[in-house]
Ligand binder design. Structure first.
Ligand code: ZN
Length: 274
């Protein structure tokens, strides 16, 4: 899948999960926490595509997400792609095909999603709100780039970086200094990566979801996707005209569901009979 559908699916899953947690598990969150979690999950839902680098010097090619912070993120994408290709070459078995680049390999596996979630959890427990602010800064940039890709292309990476800085500053002002379950950010990162894998698994090309368990004979990197009859192409009409809208509507509905008790409470306090 492409940027907008990935980012929207991340936001939809986090908002729906937060709503379910409040309704059925009595786990409520503040509006700030919900907003940060949603932005981080939407951004992390683009993180695995940081393995698609372009031409760093020319600022061209590569996945949307690799352009978020200009040459800085393009350089990181280049490194991630090379490391992924290295892991592929070291672990590939006899029937795994030769590869020229590392796209849709290591960063598209379950161990990667778990590792990113664990890393963010550790950062949050070690550095508290500073870790949350830092992670939000990066993920907010990814999410903007993914959601508004045509606008982001025109606006350029500097605007994206400034807006991400604004979001990080907002979190700095709003987050309490004492740790109030900041480790939750790890869950948002892990879930975002996982949602990305599921999204890509719906497409024709698929993802190596079983790695590092060898499946289907001498193959470590079996690409698992939907059968041709029900799969769709990345960035095709089904994705942009239907799926992305479904994710957007689900995210919107869950957002309304999460906000409505607070709004009703406010109206009641003004003496409006609702
Ligand atoms: Zn992908």
């Amino acid at each position: 899948m492409m940027g907008p559908a990935h980012a929207l699916s991340g936001a939809a899953v986090w908002l729906t999960g937060s709503w379910v947690a409040r309704e059925y598990l009595h786990y409520g969150q503040s509006a700030t926490t919900i907003a940060i979690g949603t932005a981080v999950c939407a951004g992390a839902a683009l993180l695995p595509d940081l393995d698609l680098s372009g031409k760093v010097t020319a600022n061209k090619g590569g996945a949307l997400v690799a352009h978020s912070f200009g040459v800085f993120s393009l350089f990181v994408a280049e490194v991630v792609e090379k490391i992924s290709l290295g892991i592929y070459n070291v672990t590939k078995m006899r029937h795994d095909p030769h590869r020229e680049n590392g796209h849709r390999t290591f960063t598209h596996t379950l161990p990667f999603a778990v590792a990113m979630g664990a890393l963010a959890t550790w950062l949050a427990s070690a550095f508290g709100r500073w870790a949350v602010i830092g992670i939000l800064f990066v993920m907010f940039g990814f999410a903007l780039r993914g959601l508004f890709h045509t606008w982001a292309n025109r606006a350029g990476w500097l605007v994206i970086t400034l807006l991400s800085g604004g979001a990080a500053y907002g979190a700095f002002l709003l987050l309490p200094k004492v740790n109030r379950g900041y480790e939750m950010i790890g869950l948002a990162v892990g879930v975002g990566c996982l949602v990305h894998l599921l999204g890509d698994a719906l497409t024709r090309a698929g993802v190596p979801i079983f790695w590092p368990i060898p499946t289907g004979g001498k193959k470590m990197w079996r690409m698992v996707g939907m059968p041709n009859a029900i799969s769709f192409d990345s960035g095709g009409k089904f994705e942009t005209r239907f799926l992305a809208w479904v994710f957007a509507i689900v995210a919107f509905a869950a957002g309304i569901g999460l906000l409505s008790p607070a709004v009703l409470e406010r109206l009641r306090s003004f003496g409006v009979g609702v």
